[in-house]
Design a protein around this ligand. Sequence first.
Ligand SMILES: [Cu+2]
Length: 258
Amino acid sequence: MKQKQGFPAVCVGLVLVVGVVCGCKDSRSGATPEHAVAAPTVDPATAGSITVTVRFRGTPPEPKPVVMRGAPQCVQLHSEPVYDESLAVDADGRLLHAVVWVDDGLPAVWFPPPATPTVIDQKGCLYQPRVAVATVGQGVEFRNSDPEPHNVHTQPQTGRGTNFMLTRAGTSRTVKFDKPEVAVRVGCDVHPWMVAYVAVLAHPYGAVTRRGEDVTLGPLPPGRYSVAVWHEKLGVQKQVVQLDPRGRAMIEFSFQGP
Ligand SMILES: [Cu+2]
């Protein structure tokens, strides 16, 4: 299951080094602590995980072709038709490009951002992937793999966005987000159909639903967690789940189609 995205290994490493924060806000704030001391660890003897299935309820929408109006150079980059992925469902009825994350219940500690960036490519005049997860302070590397110039215009609801051009294939720029937000909209002003979203989390317990896969969050210490799912067209849902020691919780969300 690729969607685990390395968290089982990564999280243990991260949590081992996080500090208990003196007077910090909770983990949702993303605040960097002024003082960090030795942290509680995720005890592998009791750690568990939460597997999340996100379903689409209703008749899956008819795929709509992306119209690359006024940009024959973008059309030429595709030998097959390209379909809009803003509301996409896989063959098993899973809703794609939804962000799943632990919304509440984590200890009030600062999670150091991963050293490796999240990558969003601009390829075929599309953002790939369309939806990505990053943590506060983690690099988000935007690349251009097209012979066509693109710009990257981030529009966070709080704080300042960025807007820059990537004029040639092989160019890239890395940005960082300093506040959690699910999700920051990104667009290319040259090609208005190009839209992406970056879900900025204060911790590493989040992932995006992909074709044929459920999302597994963990390893997590036993506890009571709120798990949230966001989709760009269908909104947000939350569920509370009790995770027992060594528990393997399975929960399902169901989003009604428009
Ligand atoms: Cu573009």
